[in-house]
Design a protein around this ligand. Structure first.
Ligand code: ZN
Length: 381
């Protein structure tokens, strides 16, 4: 493939991507890939800072922040990708076949989100080789995205100067950008029954399993409507067949594009647990946690205009839509830095069949560059 007018060199980029995916980086084991990223960025002359998220999260490294100086007449721009992947993530053997790259079928590929990392590193190379005007950049590579956006949550955004940003970690075809992403809340419900010998005195017991089962059959779950979903993901309890079970733990979540609907869904789920427990004369502890806030990218906002212009300059048709998933972008936006989350072309992520088209890998890197160039068109007032 020929070098592109944007400055992206497809073969170099693809080679870097192959190297990056070969460095296994399951959550909390991002150290090797972080060292690789640091090496590339420092070689280009950029300052790299690692925060203490690794210590806080029990991982082998923290989030990386690469600071790229630029013309300070422009707002500082945040660009993000995550370093961890889902498992199986060790011994990844990427195979380039025709116009695609896939794993050998025994692991994930890790294009989620190594395609984002490869593009950003390649972008840094292109920018450092030219004299073109650019805004100051803060490139953040997070840890532990796949296990609850923990790296982004641990990131101290007061260390950042960025006024807005772009995350490169959405599913969908290139050109897709998240206009609306749901907020998520998680529930841990503990049903307390009363234990008894199941053969000698079952009437003295109240089975937490029976109470939990009855509650679960009445909970509003699955797709509630176009905006709202809910799921029970895990349940555990009980010790042996001869004991009436006195404790069941249920882990559930609810998501909604609408904060009001999320509140209603939470209340509805809580009510079912409480009423069912009361009917059986037992108690239930309900512990709700806000996992992450929603994400929006409204029409006409400067951030969205930058995305549209950058895509248009590459002949990509922008497509703004909703997603059911959450990402680091939700967390950072929740901390006050608006972030647009863009698709970079990876396919069938979180499966052994994950793949990416080489063309999309290249175009994603071009999109990153064009976004930076677009950001250098509007002088800060
Ligand atoms: Zn991802």
């Amino acid at each position: 493939m020929q070098p592109r007018r944007t400055g992206v060199d497809p073969e170099n980029l693809i080679a870097e991507f192959m190297t990056l995916v070969s460095i296994g980086s399951p959550s909390r084991q991002e150290g090797h890939v972080a060292a690789y990223i640091r090496g590339v960025a420092e070689e280009l002359g950029f300052e790299v800072e690692e925060d203490d998220a690794g210590v806080a999260l029990g991982g082998d490294c923290g989030n990386l922040i690469v600071r790229v100086p630029g013309d300070e007449r422009f707002a500082t721009v945040l660009m993000m990708a995550h370093m961890d992947t889902v498992t199986p993530a060790m011994g990844i053997n990427p195979i380039r076949e025709g116009d695609r790259i896939r794993s050998d079928g025994t692991t994930v590929l890790g294009a989620d989100d190594k395609a984002g990392i490869a593009g950003l590193l390649h972008m840094l190379g292109v920018l450092s080789a030219t004299e073109e005007t650019r805004p100051p950049l803060e490139i953040v590579f997070t840890v532990c995205e796949e296990v609850g956006l923990l790296g982004a949550k641990a990131l101290d955004t007061s260390k950042l100067k960025a006024e807005f940003g772009f995350a490169f970690d959405s599913s969908g075809a290139l050109g897709f950008a998240v206009a609306q992403g749901p907020a998520q809340a998680k529930l841990k419900a503990v049903v307390h029954g009363r234990s008894a010998h199941a053969g000698v005195a079952p009437e003295k017991g109240i089975s937490a399993i029976v109470v939990a089962a009855e509650a679960i059959t009445q909970l509003p779950l699955g797709r509630i409507n176009a905006q709202t979903t809910a799921n029970i993901g895990k349940i555990s309890g009980g010790q042996a067949t001869n004991i009436v079970c006195d404790r069941v733990e249920i882990f559930a979540e609810a998501r909604s594009l609408s904060p009001d609907e999320l509140a209603m869904q939470r209340a509805a789920m809580s009510r079912v647990f409480e009423e069912t427990a009361a009917r059986h004369g037992v108690t239930v502890d309900l512990e709700w946690q806000d996992s992450y806030p929603g994400l929006t990218l409204h029409p006409g906002t400067p951030l969205r205009l930058i995305v549209e212009e950058a895509m248009n300059s590459l002949g990509i048709t922008p497509h703004f839509g909703s997603t059911g998933g959450g990402s680091d972008a939700n967390v950072i936006a929740g901390k006050g830095i608006p972030v647009a989350n863009l698709a970079i072309g990876y396919q069938q992520i979180h499966t052994l069949d994950e793949w990416i088209a080489t063309d999309d890998l290249v175009t994603a890197a071009e999109l990153m560059l064009q976004i930076v160039r677009q950001c250098a068109k509007s002088v800060k007032v």
